[in-house]
Design a protein around this ligand. Structure first.
Ligand SMILES: Nc1ncnc2c1ncn2[C@@H]1O[C@H](COP(=O)(O)OP(=O)(O)OP(=O)(O)O)[C@@H](O)[C@H]1O
Length: 246
């Protein structure tokens, strides 16, 4: 499969006063078209910074990011970010939120498309509801639908489910896999949760403490749906946790 994302020799530091804080210490990785790669690493190691660089919201000091072979200089229309903070507009209905990113004439009947994606994430019947009328899990699904409706080639997910309760977190994982089976996207997921990574990803990259580098990489060869209790995934989990010093 062709490489969708190529990260080569990326380094980044921040400056606070006279202090220099090295955050990304030299990261190179390739993500194939349609691949789902999860990134785990210790708290504060630089995961979000790396994600911002790979999604074009932050510039690297050194190295570069290529999307389909083209250097990334700003956020690409091919990618969309889903973060833990949420970006649903409270003053718009679910349908209006989903229609928001659809501009130009390329999207046909925007309302119908919005409703299709609302249904896809289980929000049929809530198209005219406002965010304040929805639960946290429903809001997160609006967010995911809002990202998918523009048919991004790349989904950048930074702890997308971390604000949800444990049950909703599990539901959303399954929901995401179902959607990805219908529409193949290239996905880069940052998570604290090794089990979430094992459940979802084709490959798991473990980052070192700051300044972060790739410490280990694990392929997850199992097909979906996966059983986290399977001996193979348990062995993999132990190996990843060992890399994280746990
Ligand atoms: N814009 C910035 N200016 C200065 N320092 C920053 C900036 N962004 C991040 N940092 C620092 O860089 C380091 C890495 O932050 P980052 O958010 O990338 O880590 P993380 O691995 O995503 O953290 P967490 O696991 O806690 O979400 C932290 O020490 C943080 O304080």
């Amino acid at each position: 499969m062709a490489d969708k994302i190529v990260v080569s020799g990326v380094k980044k530091h921040f400056r606070s006063g006279k202090q220099s804080l090295p955050v990304v210490g030299g990261v190179s990785l390739s993500v194939a078209d349609g691949e789902f790669v999860a990134i785990v690493g210790p708290s504060g190691c630089g995961k979000s910074t790396l994600m911002k660089i790979v999604s074009g919201f932050e510039r690297a000091d050194e190295g570069q990011v290529l999307i389909d072979g083209v250097p990334l200089l700003r956020p690409s229309p091919k990618g969309i970010v889903i973060s833990q903070h949420g970006s649903v507009f409270p003053w718009l209905t679910v349908q209006e939120n989903l229609m928001f990113g659809l501009n130009g004439d390329g999207h046909g009947d925007k309302a119908a498309l919005a409703d299709h994606y609302a249904a896809m994430v289980g929000l049929k019947g809530f198209e005219n509801s406002y965010p304040r009328e929805l639960s946290g899990g429903m809001l997160k699904r609006v967010e995911i639908a809002r990202a998918l409706v523009v048919k991004p080639e790349i989904l950048y997910m930074d702890e997308p489910f971390s604000a949800l309760d444990a049950l909703m977190n599990l539901r959303m994982r399954t929901e995401l896999l179902r959607i990805l089976q219908e529409e193949r996207h290239t996905v880069l997921l940052i998570t604290h949760d090794v089990e979430e990574a094992l459940y979802l990803a084709d490959r798991i990259i473990v980052l070192s403490p700051r300044p972060t580098v790739i410490q280990a990489s694990f392929a997850v060869p199992q097909s979906h749906p996966r059983k986290l209790s399977s001996p193979e995934l348990q062995t993999l989990k132990d190996a990843i946790l060992a890399e994280l010093g746990l």
